[in-house]
Write a new protein. Structure first.
Length: 204
């Protein structure tokens, strides 16, 4: 299997598919058996670092896109990797889960202060630790004014709690749900931040 340079990336992709869809409906014993089989293959790889990098990238997408099938399965996989690689290698992955848990608590506190909607928008933000997440930097995006009011409000809330921290918005990884009014029957559009910024221009 090490004759092919792409094996670590392919195994990471297979792991992602299992954790997103493949393990659906499987019993705890079956989940453990299939994850153990993946880790056994991982142990045979020469390019373990390539697998970990790819696995971390896929995990970031699962967490941000809310496509986790089971948090218990994710934690089980992390535990198995920790046994094989050590805490130093898996620390960053553990921190990603911590970021998501802290973001939930932060969001609850933000909603208590500002209400469930701001400027007519239900707004959710996740705060990610820089250097841990494998995220791409996107080009600048001039977001619609109501969305800008949301981000400004959250930034004010966050910096009042953490004076020495700086927020940088990663709009490339954002998602919007839009209810257009141009049709007779209701539709729900799932768009990126860039797409909704373009759609908003038609309102003007």
């Amino acid at each position: 299997m090490n004759a092919c340079d792409y094996t670590p990336a392919h195994l990471a992709y297979y792991t992602d598919e299992e954790l997103k869809r493949g393990l659906k409906g499987a019993s705890d014993d079956e989940v453990d058996r299939r994850l153990t089989a993946i880790v056994r293959l991982f142990c045979c790889l020469d390019g373990r670092d390539i697998y970990i990098r790819a696995y971390t990238g896929f995990l970031a997408k699962r967490l941000l896109n809310k496509t986790l099938l089971s948090k218990a399965a994710e934690e089980k996989m992390l535990e198995k990797l920790k046994i094989e690689c050590g805490v130093n290698v898996t620390n960053g992955i553990s921190k990603m889960f911590s970021d998501m848990d802290l973001s939930k608590d932060l969001q609850i506190e933000f909603v208590k202060q500002r209400g469930p909607q701001f400027a007519g928008i239900t707004f959710t933000a996740e705060v990610l630790t820089q250097g841990i997440w494998t995220t791409e930097k996107a080009p600048n995006c001039k977001i619609p004014l109501p969305m800008k009011q949301c981000t400004d409000s959250f930034k004010l809330f966050y910096t009042s709690k953490h004076h020495n921290r700086r927020l940088e918005w990663l709009f490339l990884h954002g998602q919007c749900e839009v209810s257009p009014l141009f049709a007779d029957k209701p539709y729900q559009l799932i768009t990126t931040v860039f797409q909704v910024s373009i759609l908003d221009l038609f309102n003007n």
